[in-house]
Design a protein around this ligand. Structure first.
Ligand code: AMP
Ligand code: GLY
Length: 421
């Protein structure tokens, strides 16, 4: 089949690589992809949110299937647009993508289906004073979340009440995150360890993909600003079979059933961010309606069955007949970022990558070709994934290769996975 893959990051390079291993793939088109994925398919010059432009490509290149990497096109309704044109799409409908597109929607959904999550209150300009009183009643740390998409920056965790009150006002009245923070969710702070679960679903059946843990802070020891993710490991060693059994029963099943009951069409992956407390309870802290980045770079390499077939089966409501196989090996990925990230950073930096090797893979994230030269084109530039019999060997190898990636101001977190070694 001819496949059109939307997106341009490391996640999409990992999807492209897994798709390219499938005997079902005829031709892969990338809208727009990056210098790494361009070796696996044909780039098309179209934004993932330009649906009319994508429709032209679908017709011209006889596309049979669209796989969506990032959340923005999903929240803007790419599924629905192509459903009307009978093109299968891997991703939820616009209504279901609200699980990521609106924190308030996600909280209300969890409350309707008794899915464990932090208690919360929703605040808008009309209820600002009530929101302030709520902050005075609860104790810190205070968690404030912009309702809408905010490129991973819309969550503030504040220790002082004064700061929390002024941030709430800034978000709502000064529109700190634009329209996205016109509505804010104030959430109870949950203490514990985070991990992520990825559930493939066609709306009726589901398959649980490998679990992962990502490292969001830019600095070693989990310090500094939040980023899209500086590295990831799979599986996080503390996620036992018993834990997954409980997660499946109390979170995954009610989520899939709830979507189905509410008529929310979902042909994609539900990414569930969880906090496991010391007492052994779980709370969902977020839903995302797509794969994680850089989690995909550790999740997909551990899937030994056909990943394109998996996504196609979800998109065509045939997941029941798909046989998922997962490697027992561990995977680690280390992101090499550009100096300044996640704030301002330089682009167009000439790069030198280590020679290809059999035991580590370099997924490009922010790269492009300028004339014949490979140059940086983003804050997260590449992510290096290695598999190993245990986490330590995969981490050691991923870091070794990450250290060989050269461009001016390249840095990576040498402590990814530190707590497990
Ligand atoms: P999110 O964008 O919802 O993933 O939130 C970003 C980060 O904020 C998460 O990865 C958590 O580390 C933290 N976080 C979000 N919600 C909570 C909460 N209720 N309690 C504690 N930490 C949270
Ligand atoms: N790594 C976090 C995310 O993809 O949302």
């Amino acid at each position: 089949m001819n496949v059109l893959l939307l997106g341009s990051g490391g996640r999409e390079h990992a999807l492209a690589r897994s798709f390219s291993l499938s005997p079902r793939l005829d031709k892969l088109f990338l809208a727009p992809g990056n210098a790494g994925s361009h070796s696996l398919g044909e780039p098309v010059d179209c934004s993932p949110t330009d649906f009319e432009g994508l429709a032209q490509i679908v017709e011209q290149d006889h596309i049979d299937f669209i796989c969506v990497g990032p959340e923005q096109p999903l929240v803007e309704g790419v599924y629905d647009f192509f459903a009307e044109r009978d093109v299968p799409v891997f991703g939820p409908s616009q209504a279901a993508a609200q699980l990521e597109g609106s924190k308030g929607f996600a909280k209300a959904f969890m409350s309707r289906h008794n899915i464990p999550t932090a208690s919360y209150m929703e605040v808008t300009a009309d209820s600002l004073e009530e929101g302030m009183r709520h902050l005075e009643r609860v104790s810190g740390p205070y968690v404030l979340k912009a309702d809408g998409l905010a490129a991973g920056k819309g969550v503030l965790i504040l220790d002082s009440l004064d700061e929390a009150k002024s941030s709430l006002r800034n978000m709502i009245i000064e529109q700190q995150f634009g329209q996205s923070s016109a509505r804010v969710v104030i959430e109870e702070f949950i203490t514990g360890i985070e991990f992520s679960v990825f559930v493939l679903t066609d709306g009726k059946d589901y398959k649980i993909l490998p679990t992962a843990k990502d490292y969001k802070r830019v600095g070693e020891g989990d310090t500094g600003l939040n980023t899209g993710g500086m590295g990831a490991v799979s599986p996080p060693p503390f996620v036992s079979e018993d834990i997954m059994h409980k997660v499946e029963h109390s979170i995954i099943q009610p989520t899939i059933k709830g979507l189905h009951q509410e008529g929310l069409i979902y042909h994609g992956v539900v990414y569930i961010g969880l906090i496991l407390s010391e007492a052994g309870d779980f709370h969902v802290i977020e839903y995302n309606c797509r794969f994680g980045d850089p989690e995909t770079q550790v999740v997909l390499p551990r899937i030994t069955s056909d990943v394109l077939e998996a996504c196609w089966s979800a998109a065509t409501e045939n997941l029941k007949n798909y046989k998922l196989s997962i490697d027992t090996q561990c995977a680690s990925t280390v992101v090499v970022a550009s100096k300044g990230y996640p704030e301002a950073y330089a682009k167009d930096l000439p790069m030198i990558l280590p020679d290809p090797c059999h035991d580590a893979f370099i997924y490009h994230a922010g790269t492009k070709r300028h004339r014949d030269e490979l140059v940086s084109n983003g804050g997260r530039v590449v992510s290096v994934t290695a598999l190993g019999d245990d986490l330590k060997s995969s981490l050691t190898r991923a870091k070794e290769v990450a250290g060989q990636v050269q461009f001016d101001g390249a840095f990576y977190r040498a402590d990814i996975g530190y707590e497990f070694i």
